[in-house]
Design a protein around this ligand. Structure first.
Ligand code: ADP
Length: 352
């Protein structure tokens, strides 16, 4: 039996496991498939031919279709179901107007939350024994004189590796806290110059171990800032750590600051491997690691966390880079910013 192509297309749409809604250029509903009826609790007979903006404001169809979901999918919770909406403008040849695709992502989101909770629990539990091990290593370092000199090197390596492991665990835990809105930022008035000097000293040591040189170009006279100094130190330590890590031996890392136009600008520049232009826009995404980062240890979380911390201070973070030549990360912190205690939350923006 021959089925007409249009009827065939309509039958296929009915069988799809995702909702489809088509509006014409004036916002009139032209099509609602049965999955969309189910997801939006609507009977198509009641809405076909009607303009969406004339529907009662609280109807799910109105709520879902009035979101701007063209550039990136939008997620909405409707009576316990999480629906992901994505819309596409259709060319006149395909009937024009706007096509909406609706997916039920409730199970996926629940699974993701459970996975994250599991990772958070695991990393938290890994931290306690690691802290004990680090305590004993530190105790042995303190007793260096009593220990055979041939073991000093081993001890130093154990100390470095356990500190690295702890910092990676902290990154995973903080990424979870960020997602759950639990990363606390406690700001108070502080003098940032000693903080920058501390980061600079640590950076100098790190660069020396790595065989690179470190230049510090810090400005004087920075007015006191409202900061969470622990979290902001972490941002600079992460940027400096990355600069050292991604710069081959005998490179140069420059740590500088300046006050201009109501902002403190802190920059970390390196002469390292750089980041290709096509990867640059994704550099702050969760878990993103550029192709060139394979072979270097890391989680791909440091920049995501740093960005969230800086933005919680009303600031911004940016990067300029040339592949093979080096990178420059800039942090801008406003000199005046209200508010002192807040917790930060970022959307679950993952790399693709
Ligand atoms: P990690 O360093 O743990 O991989 P980050 O979130 O700190 O994670 O950085 C994400 C990615 O950004 C890195 O894996 C690397 O590809 C790139 N990147 C960051 N800083 C630099 C840098 N200074 N030079 C070159 N690439 C960098």
């Amino acid at each position: 039996m021959q089925v007409e192509p249009e009827k065939n297309a309509a039958m296929l749409l009915e069988r799809l496991d995702c909702g489809v809604v088509h509006l014409d250029d004036t916002g009139k509903v032209l099509l609602v498939n049965s999955k969309a009826e189910e997801l939006l609790h609507v009977q198509r007979g009641r809405v076909l031919g009607r303009r969406v903006d004339m529907l009662p404001l609280r109807t799910p169809l109105y709520r879902v279709l009035s979101e701007d979901s063209q550039d990136a999918p939008v997620e909405m919770s409707l009576e316990g179901t999480v629906i992901q909406v994505r819309s596409f403008g259709l060319p006149a040849g395909c009937g024009g107007g706007e096509l909406y695709q609706l997916r039920d992502v409730t199970a996926e989101r629940k699974e993701r939350r459970q996975r994250e909770e599991f990772v958070a629990m695991m990393t938290h539990d890994l931290k306690s024994p690691l802290t004990v091990i680090m305590g004993y290593i530190q105790a042995l370092v303190g007793e260096k004189a009593k220990i055979d000199a041939s073991l000093h090197l081993f001890l130093g390596e154990m100390d470095k590796s356990s500190a690295k492991m702890l910092s990676m665990i902290d990154d995973v835990l903080d990424a979870y806290r960020l997602e759950a809105g639990l990363l606390q930022i406690d700001r108070c008035r502080c003098d940032i110059r000693p903080l920058l000097e501390g980061c600079s000293r640590d950076g100098e040591r790190e660069a020396a171990v790595h065989g690179s040189s470190f230049q510090s170009e810090l400005c004087d006279e920075i007015p006191p800032l409202e900061l969470d100094s622990k979290q902001i130190s972490r941002v600079f330590a992460n940027l400096i750590g990355n600069a050292v890590k991604f710069t081959p031996r005998r490179g140069t890392i420059t740590f500088s600051s300046e006050v201009r136009d109501g902002f403190l600008r802190v920059q970390v520049a390196d002469t390292g491997i750089g980041i290709p232009p096509e990867e640059l826009p994704r550099i702050f995404n969760k878990y993103f690691r550029a192709q060139g980062a394979h072979g270097f240890k890391g989680t791909g979380l440091g920049l995501t966390i740093s960005k969230a911390i800086v933005e919680a201070h009303g600031g911004s973070i940016g990067v300029e880079s040339t592949a093979g030549k080096g990178s420059r990360f800039s942090v801008l912190l406003p000199l005046r910013e209200e508010g002192s205690h807040l917790s930060v939350k970022v959307q679950g923006q993952e790399t693709d």
